[in-house]
Design a protein around this ligand. Structure first.
Ligand SMILES: C[S@@+](CC[C@H](N)C(=O)[O-])C[C@H]1O[C@@H](n2cnc3c(N)ncnc32)[C@H](O)[C@@H]1O
Length: 268
């Protein structure tokens, strides 16, 4: 933990210093400047006091033990049903994402809204060296992911609990930011994309997979219904334009069908 988190987490409280593990307080991340302490529990660093959180119905859903337990299996993310709804299987999506981000040669990767770490651990295995940070708001998801990473002996992964809207990292910290299956869940996707742009190094790659907004009357009705539960869809045009506005170039749409969009972009 000490080695992999060196000069990584910026204190969410004072935003002035890095947090690290003290030799005599192994269960906490402590800010070197203001002294604020954040617990390390169940294998992840918790930067979000529960009291400050307000969650949408969709975010709550992501915390339920039933979903966490089946998330990575053929009953959910890798299911035939998901592949049919999204128009692409998970394995194909993962291949597209890893290729677009050139994960095999990356040194520092942020897997944003990593859930249980379906991408985080795959990246860690592919990269070999360097570090992968899996960040999510859901403690049950992170607990599951951290336990699997430990079991699989992956020592280049660290899991952090924080919000995608206020990333606890210095500017230009990562070569790659990946955000799959989550942009549509964020209460303020624009703010999250701004944060992605801030923490990516110039020339760094952003990969994203998100819910595609349907067209026509049916699409509008569906959008209204899903928004009331806390998630929104995107059109590839609108997402491209937003990325451009946030300072990205080389925007490439890899998949734009059924209910799913997969894109990559480069930070200028
Ligand atoms: C559907 S899962 C995606 C997991 C994984 N990235 C994948 O591709 O399958 C969405 C995740 O987004 C997380 N999430 C939602 N809002 C968030 C926020 N504001 N900050 C960080 N994570 C968030 C949820 O907790 C959930 O684990």
């Amino acid at each position: 933990m000490e080695r992999i988190t060196e000069n990584l987490v910026r204190c969410p409280s004072c935003k002035g210093g890095y947090c690290s593990v003290n030799r005599d307080e192994k269960d906490f991340f402590t800010c070197k400047v203001c002294g604020e302490r954040y617990p390390i529990r169940d294998g992840f660093v918790d930067l979000v006091p529960e009291l400050h959180l307000s969650k949408t119905a969709a975010q709550f859903f992501m915390e339920s033990p039933a979903i966490v337990n089946i998330y990575e299996s053929r009953l959910w993310r890798k299911s035939m049903a998901a592949a049919m709804i999204l128009g692409i299987s998970f394995n194909k999506e993962a291949k597209l994402i890893s290729g677009a981000a050139n994960i095999a040669n990356a040194d520092s990767v942020l897997d944003l809204a990593c859930g249980p770490g379906i991408y985080t651990r795959a990246f860690a295995r592919t990269m070999g060296k360097g570090r992968v940070v899996g960040l999510d708001l859901s403690a049950p998801m992170l607990r599951w992911g951290a336990a699997r990473a430990k079991k699989q002996g992956l020592d280049n992964v660290v899991y952090v609990r924080a919000s995608a809207l206020d990333l606890p990292f210095e500017d230009e910290s990562f070569e790659v930011v990946n955000c799959c299956g989550a942009l549509h869940l964020f209460p303020d996707p624009d703010k999250a994309l701004e944060e992605v742009g801030r923490v990516l190094a110039p020339g760094g790659c952003f990969t994203v997979a998100a819910v595609r907004r349907g067209r026509g009357l049916l699409g509008a009705i569906r959008e209204k219904y899903t928004r009331s539960m806390g998630f929104r869809g995107f059109t590839s045009d609108a997402l491209s334009q937003t990325l451009e506005r946030k300072g990205f170039s080389g925007i490439h749409c890899h998949h734009d069908a059924r209910r799913w969009i997969i894109m990559s972009a480069v930070k200028q």
